[in-house]
Structure formats: C-alpha cells, structure tokens
Design a protein around this ligand. Structure first.
Ligand code: DQQ
Length: 647
C-alpha cells in the first residue's frame, strides 16, 4: 500500500501536497608468542628497501621482473584517464591516479587471477559495476539499510541511480532492487546523494539531489511506498518535486547533497546543503515543517574561504562525556557539534569540532586554525563522501565512507567493478585531545574473526625485519602495540627538519627514531610490500612528534596504480603506547592509529603478494632505536554479501 501522508503534519490546511517549492527567507535568529625470530635480517631489510628505491621515485618497473615482463608479448598501451564528473557538475569521478601522473603510464598486463584476487571479502560491494557515495543509511524495523550511488551499466561513474542493500549486522548484506532510478525530469541526469531522516512517528523522509535534464542541481523528496515493509523495497518520489531549487546567486551546479534533518527548539526541521561562493565553501541552511516547504535562513551554517565546493556536508552532535552516539537532534550542555565536508577540489573529507548556535543556525569551530576543510581529515588515504547516521538500535553514531579505486580505469573495466565501502566505523569524541574524533570498526566485524596468533614482546633491532607466521595474509584483523626505547627518545638530538609522510622517501627513509611498524601484503622476497608505520622526530625544542604513514611506493610491480605515500601527524599523549589496528581485505587496508585518532585507508594492487604468497612482517628501519612489538592477528572469515532471495 502506498502511503499518502508519510510526514509530520503537512502545513497546507487541506493536507494536500503543494506542487512546487516554496522558499521563504527569514532573518538570522539561528578509530604467546610464537615469536618467529628465524629471520632477523639486520641490514637486509634496509638493503631491500633502498635497493628497490634505486630509481624513479621508488617505483618498481615490470622490466625488473622477468616473469612479469614476459607475461605479455604485447607492447603495453599508454593509459589515458578520461575525466568523468566535472562536465555533469560534480567532482572528478575517474581515477586520475596521482596528481603528478601525466596520463601516459603504460598499462600493466593484469591477468584474471590477479584481478579476481582484488575483490574484497568483508567490505560492502555491489555484485558488479561502479559505486560511489553512501546514501541514506539508517536502521529501520530490525534492518540496517544502505543505499549508494550506483551505475548499473558500467564500472565507471555515470547513469547514477540508488543501489540498496540490507543487513542485520552491518557486515553480511543482502542486495535489493534499485531503490530509485533516473525517471523524472528533475533527476534524469542522475539520482545523486541524499540522506534519510526518521521522524518521531517512525516514518521516513529521504531528501536527495537530482541533476535535472538541464544538469541543474535540485533537491527532491522521496519516501517508502509502504512503511510496514521492513525492507523498504519500493520508494515513491513526491509528485511536487523538486522541493528546493538553487537560491539566487548560487551556481546551478553547486547545490547538492542534503543532510539528515535535525529538530530546532521551535519544532522545525533543519537541513544543510553544500555549495560555494567563488572559492569559499559554504553550508546553506533551511528550516522546514513538512519537508515540502522550506525557508532559507540568512547567512550560512558555516563558510571557509579557499576551500571550494563543499560536497556531502555532514552535521552531527557528539557527547563530550559519554561513550555513546547521539541522535542528530540532540543539543545542550556536554554536546559538541561536528561539521564534515567533502572537498570537491582535493577529494578529501575534513571535519572540525565546534559549537552550534541554534538560534541563528550557525556553527563556530573550536579552533579556527583547524577549521573544516583546512585541518583534520577523517582519513589520510583514499576516502570520500562519508556520511554518518545515528543507530538507535545500538545507541551509536556510525560512519560510512566511499573508497574508490586507485588503479587504472582500464583495469576496473576489465574486472567489471569499481569501489568498495569502508567497514562502518563508530564515531566518538576524543576526550583526551578534544580536537579529534575516534573512528573504530563496528564491533560486529569481530564476528568474522577466526583463528588468531599472538606475538608478545617481539624485539625489533634497528634495521630488522621479522616475518610473522600467520598463514595466508589477505584477510586479517591485526592489533599491535609498539614501544620504543625510552632512553633513546630522551638522548636523541633534536633538529628543525620537519617530517611529512608524503614528502618523505617513505619507509626507506631512515631516521634515528623511525620508521617502524608492519609490512602487509608483502611477498617472501619483499619485492612487493606496503609498510604501515610510525615515524618519530624530535624538534629542536626537544618535543617529540609522531607521524603515521602508509607507503604504497613498493606495493605493486605494476606502474599503472597509485603509489603515493599517505599519512599525517598523529597526536600521541603522555603515557600512551603507540597502537595500531589494521584490517587487511585483499585490495583494501584500513589502518587505525591510537584507537582511531588517525586513520589511513589504501587500495593496493600487488601482482605477486596475493593469495598464499601474501605475508605480513614487522620491521624497524630506524638507525638508532630499538622497538618492542606485541600483536594479536586474526584470520578473517568472508562476509555473506549476495542478492536477497526472490527480490
Ligand atoms: N557524488 C554525487 C554528488 C556528490 C558527489 C554524484 C560526491 O551528489 O556531490 O554521484 O562524490
């Protein structure tokens, strides 16, 4: 049965739906050791690292590996990435590899076995084709619902509609039919990103951006055809769509991605939508009583010059004192508010913590120098268009994020799919720093843990690499703690040289106090390896600074994949050991440092370190400091992700 009146009181007196947007303006009032010491290869590791780093930014070339070079007699064709997205008025959706790649990289002769290995086992993916942003996540009548930007026709961005899947635990998923397709003038160019709001009466409102026949961005309303269906299979688009059009002065192609609505003390619903004015990123703000008629507030929720278009804005409260999540409408003492933006210009997600002023609909960052878009990122790897939802089932706030590919489009088309979603992460305010959020994989992921191995107090001398005998190493959950020789920390001499993961020579660059950490997806000979590591430096003021990095430069013998060194400064507080959690799932690794204070996600495309040949090692490439590591490593089961039977 189709619901005809799915909302809170509709403002029109006869209860009928108005036929178009009515926008009014109001003034501002607004994350036993079976020690396997067999191979303590002092020096060998450094030699390997440095040896592999002999030329061309550390990239390994196919011709250095006879077997790879001879796997195809055809001359590799140059890679010419095609731009997808900007012409349609949205951010770049093709894999442009790294900024310094000129588009003329030779394509690697990927074979089916290599490409099949890349598909993940416990991360959410559709059965085939392209996926991008998470949309409208929610918990409803016993099911977690996940919608996503999807191209049903190809493994590249385009023809965007809403895919839909349900889960009982955020890990095992059942694919349902497409929730919404591009069948109206107001979304013919794409059913773009949107968010769900669950009203106090239990009904659901979905607001999403439609790209019209003329590629103008408008906001549309949709709702479940049958609220009694826990699977929410059928969706109805409101006949009076669009409900919001770009306000005067806003570029018609810069008005998108409505948030979940939250309540004001006046009982109205409030949403924010990303836009820009010249180079200033802005979050527009609207109040509504019925999700049909909207009043635009004067001013903006927030604006940051120089940050460009804000996509997929997210706005939510976090508790300063409690270890649980908050419903989006919660406000008051002990509550801070987070603004998160996805920067169209650099395609990274940034957040900041601050204070929300309900009366005039504004938000002020606690620390303007780390304002949203110029400060802290959710993830220092590949991660974009993230969205949270309040999970009333477990009283937590859960974060979803889109993880694109960093191989070539040609390879994506060959394998027939592109993109995965991150493991959903719980989000909490980091009481210790007061500036950061803590992101941690939802507890349900632990149900996939199989047999484990523990390694206690493994001593890592400077320049050592230690293999960890865990069996196959492509589906792992790794928990690790590292302790560096405290005397050496004290004695080390300070310097003014600043370290940054991306500008460094990666894990091959030896310092007195780093790098040390793990090598994942590494083959026996270490010709392919991805170091996930800490690097400590001492300033001339005697202060220690820790960076958390992920070095992709030797991750693959293929040259047509992204080999950037990811990472960031990591706040480590007095008394804290260095801690790390790494989820390895074929071509994706998600790494969480210090309980999720800093996170790095990488997509990796090894050619040799796959299947049984993939191994994990500990390493310490510091010149002076000894490090002790303790770890627990679980083999991970695969999740069931398949079509819902008979749907
Ligand atoms: N993806 C959607 C847009 C959004 C962008 C289009 C962010 O609504 O701005 O697929 O990746």
């Amino acid at each position: 049965m189709v619901d005809t009146n799915p909302f809170l009181p509709v403002s029109s007196s006869d209860g009928s739906y108005p036929t178009g947007p009515q926008i009014t303006h109001r003034k501002p009032i607004k994350e036993h050791l079976t020690i396997f010491f067999g191979l303590l290869a002092v020096g060998l590791f450094a030699a390997l690292l440095i040896g592999n780093n002999g030329s061309d930014n550390g990239h390994v070339h196919e011709n250095q590996h006879g077997s790879l070079a001879s796997s195809s007699s055809k001359k590799p064709e140059p890679l010419q990435p095609v731009s997808r997205g900007p012409a349609a008025g949205v951010s770049e959706k093709s894999n442009r590899l790294s900024a310094n790649v000129n588009g003329n990289l030779p394509a690697y002769p990927w074979n089916n076995s290599m490409l099949s290995w890349q598909r993940t086992s416990f991360h959410f993916q559709p059965e085939k084709n392209w996926m991008n942003d998470p949309n409208g996540p929610m918990f409803y009548k016993g099911w977690y619902h996940f919608f996503y930007q999807y191209n049903p026709n190809a493994a590249v961005w385009g023809d965007i509609v809403w895919g839909h899947a349900v889960s009982k635990d955020l890990i095992h998923w059942l694919h349902l039919p497409l929730a919404m397709v591009a069948d109206q003038w107001y979304d013919q160019n794409g059913v773009w990103t949107g968010s769900a709001t669950i009203l106090p009466n239990g009904k659901i409102v979905m607001l999403y951006t439609g790209s019209t026949v003329e590629a103008v961005q408008v906001q549309n309303l949709a709702y479940p055809a049958d609220h009694s269906d826990p699977l929410l299979v059928h969706w109805v688009k409101y006949p009076g769509n669009p409900v919001l059009v770009p306000p005067p002065g806003t570029y018609k192609k810069d008005f998108r991605d409505p948030t979940t609505a939250w309540l004001t003390s006046e009982g109205k619903w409030r949403i924010t939508i990303g836009s820009k004015i010249n180079k200033t990123g802005i979050a527009l703000i609207y109040d509504t009583k019925d999700f049909i008629n909207y009043e635009k507030l004067d001013g903006v929720l927030h604006a940051v010059p120089g940050t460009g278009m804000w996509e997929c804005v997210d706005f939510f409260p976090v508790s300063k004192t409690e270890e649980n999540g908050l419903d989006t409408s919660v406000n008051g003492p002990g509550v801070k508010h987070v603004v998160k933006v996805s920067l169209d210009d650099d395609r990274h997600d940034y957040y900041a913590i601050g204070t929300y002023h309900e009366k005039n609909g504004t938000w002020i960052p606690d620390q303007p120098e780390i304002d949203v878009g110029i400060g802290i990122r959710y993830d220092y790897g590949i991660y974009y268009a993230a969205k949270t939802f309040y999970d009333q089932n477990k009283n937590r706030r859960v974060l979803w994020g889109w993880i694109g590919e960093s191989d070539s489009e040609a390879a994506d088309m060959k394998k027939g799919w592109a993109s995965v979603q991150s493991i959903p992460r719980t989000i909490l305010f980091d009481k210790k720093t007061g500036t950061h959020l803590l992101q941690w994989p939802v507890e349900e992921i632990e149900s996939l843990r199989l047999k484990s191995n523990e390694f206690n107090q493994v001593s890592l001398l400077p320049g050592s690499v230690v293999p960890l005998d865990v069996g196959p190493a492509t589906q792992l959950d790794i928990l690790a703690e590292f302790e560096i020789d405290k005397e050496l920390l004290k004695k080390a001499t300070g310097s003014n040289i600043t370290f940054s993961c991306s500008a460094s020579g990666g894990a091959a660059e030896r310092g007195a106090l780093g790098p040390f950490g793990l090598l994942v997806l590494a083959d026996e000979s270490l010709s392919e390896q991805t170091p996930v590591y800490f690097y400590i430096t001492k300033g001339s003021d005697g202060n220690l600074k820790t960076s958390f990095c992920n070095d992709q430069s030797r991750s693959s013998a293929a040259s047509d994949v992204n080999k950037q060194i990811y990472g960031s400064f990591l706040p480590v507080l007095k008394g804290e050991n260095l801690s790390l959690r790494v989820l390895v799932d074929h071509s994706i690794i998600e790494s969480f440092a210090q309980g999720g204070r800093t996170v790095i996600t990488s997509r990796l495309y090894p050619t040799k370190a796959i299947y049984e040949a993939a191994k994990v090692f500990l390493f310490n490439n510091a010149t002076n400091a000894s490090v002790t590591a303790s770890l627990k490593i679980w083999q991970m089961n695969s999740a069931f992700i398949r079509p819902y039977p008979n749907k």
